[in-house]
Design a protein around this ligand. Sequence first.
Ligand SMILES: [Zn+2]
Length: 167
Amino acid sequence: MQTQSNNFRSQIFFSIASEEELTSAFRPRDQKKLMFPNNFKFPLNIQSYLTWRDPSGVYTYLVFKMPNWDLPKGVVFKKTPAAAGEATGGLCSWCHSYGSSEDIGFMSVTMDPNISMSYFLCQDLRCIEKIEETSMRAGKNPEKYFADLYYRMEKLFENISNYRREG
Ligand SMILES: [Zn+2]
């Protein structure tokens, strides 16, 4: 089962040589919020995408690279606390898995100093693993769902680029 998973996920593969390279994948405003785990060993060889959270759980980081991009791109999500009485959970808009408000909630991305956009997502961004698990259980080929996920990630980074004012 592991081998199968790895085959599927090898369709997007990239590596990051150093902490400097990883940092430079993020926008300057996001770089201030970066905290790297101690267990990152460079070069990082990444399948699908790289994600981690800061120890407080406030920030979730995503680094992704479509095959046609020259360089990987990173983004910092900030957890948006659910309003009182709103803690119901729901469906992740990227992988469509269902979870409680502990697992799935709003995460915001700062587009420019005045604008943030919220995404309703798995808080740990384990979307690819959840798609894999769900597909395996249903006996379906996950490739299409992976492609949908990558497409949504690509759109997120396109949205960010459209707001980018700083070179
Ligand atoms: Zn998800």
